[in-house]
Design a protein around this ligand. Structure first.
Ligand SMILES: CSCC[C@H](N)C(=O)N[C@@H](C)C(=O)N[C@@H](C)C(=O)O
Length: 349
């Protein structure tokens, strides 16, 4: 069954006859069009139409096989209204703004607008071979860039210069950074998302580098924490505890495992080391067209791992005013276990 057919079945189950798709990643999944910030897809029982404006006429023709309507609102909405009269029309509640919804309500007075959550995201949970290949390529590039930049991560170098080198190498290879590069050294390591600052790395610091490549639309995500010189005994202990939790969680990855159980496994190890409170986020997340997508690997998650999901395993421990550690791998879930897609070495400190 194609993604569109699966989506139509999901829409019927949700009690709607059409879906207005505004989330750029979902526009891309359904249409192939990569200019999703300026594109929408209308899915009905009979067909699907890509809407974008004249800046993208050529690009839309090249990338998408869907019928296209080139215009801007309100013309776009007026065109869509013709096929929506009397229908219940779903919209993406986690993406459409309140103003966007008001515009649709005004333009489609004869339709009932119904908020839906995650209906296309569900279809993105399991990656097909082409998608896995794209993510392998993104991660291979990230591994190469990381290994080229690794010698720079030492005392006397600014965090910003490490991040700039990573971004430049990704761009030179035809990719971009999947997110703002995180380089958090010494006490800044206590910030899980401490993006690179002007701080100069000091002798004895642990340095957390969290980076990803975005290549052909697909993302990778990986974190390494390395030492500049000899870190304190306390930070060595924290590093080894996080490494133990990370390796144990990776080894437990397998289709059929509950995401919440995996989170608990890692959290319990850190708790035994007195670091339960310091593990300030979830164990991981799915990766794909977005850096953060389903499944969610957290205590409250209902998700069960399936073969073909690409996830991160990334426990961390953060001690305010002292420092922090995160170690993250990108992992493909397989029927009988897992394949680690990130290959950058995890150094002992
Ligand atoms: C701003 S994108 C950062 C990517 C990074 N590798 C990452 O995923 N960090 C995690 C600590 C994170 O943000 N986890 C989320 C899913 C959470 O715990 O809510």
């Amino acid at each position: 069954m194609s993604k569109l057919e699966k989506l139509r079945a999901a829409l019927r189950r949700s009690g709607v006859e059409a879906l207005w798709v505004s989330d750029p990643a979902n526009v891309r999944v359904l249409s192939g069009f990569t200019g999703g910030h300026d594109g929408k897809v209308l899915v009905t029982a009979e067909g699907a139409t890509l809407y974008t404006d004249a800046r993208y006429t050529v690009q839309a023709q090249e990338e998408s096989s869907l019928p296209q309507f080139i215009a801007r609102p309100p013309e776009t909405y007026a065109h869509a209204a013709e096929s929506l009269k009397g229908l219940r029309v779903g919209f993406e509640a986690t993406h459409l703004t309140v103003a966007g919804l008001e515009d649709l309500q005004k333009a489609w007075p004869d339709s009932a607008l119904v908020p839906l959550r995650g209906v296309i995201q569900e279809l993105r949970l399991v990656k097909d071979e082409v998608e896995v290949q794209a993510m392998r390529a993104a991660q291979d590039l990230a591994d190469r860039v990381y290994s080229e930049v690794r010698p720079m991560i030492r005392a006397g170098v600014r965090e910003l210069d490490v991040a700039l080198a990573i971004e430049q190498k990704l761009r030179e290879a035809g990719a971009s950074s999947a997110f703002e590069v995180i380089v958090a050294s010494g006490p800044r390591g206590a910030m899980p998302h401490g993006v690179a600052s002007g701080r100069v790395i000091q002798d004895g610091d642990l340095v957390t580098v969290d980076m990803g490549a975005k290549l052909a639309g697909y993302n990778s995500d990986m974190t390494r924490t390395v030492a500049a010189g000899t870190p304190s005994a306390e930070m060595k202990r924290v590093y080894n505890a996080v490494l133990e939790a990370e390796e144990a969680a990776v080894k437990a990855v397998k289709a059929g495992v509950r995401a919440a159980d995996l989170d608990k496994l890692a959290r319990d190890i850190l708790t035994r080391h007195g670091l339960g409170e310091a593990f300030a986020h979830s164990l991981g997340h799915g990766v794909g067209l977005e850096v953060h997508e389903g499944p969610g690997l957290r205590g409250t998650s209902e998700d069960v791992l399936q073969s073909g999901m690409v996830i991160t395993i990334e426990p961390g421990a953060y001690l305010p005013n002292v420092g922090g550690v995160r170690i993250e791998d990108l992992v493909l879930v397989t029927e009988d276990g897992y394949e680690v897609l990130s290959h950058a070495p995890k150094e002992s400190v």
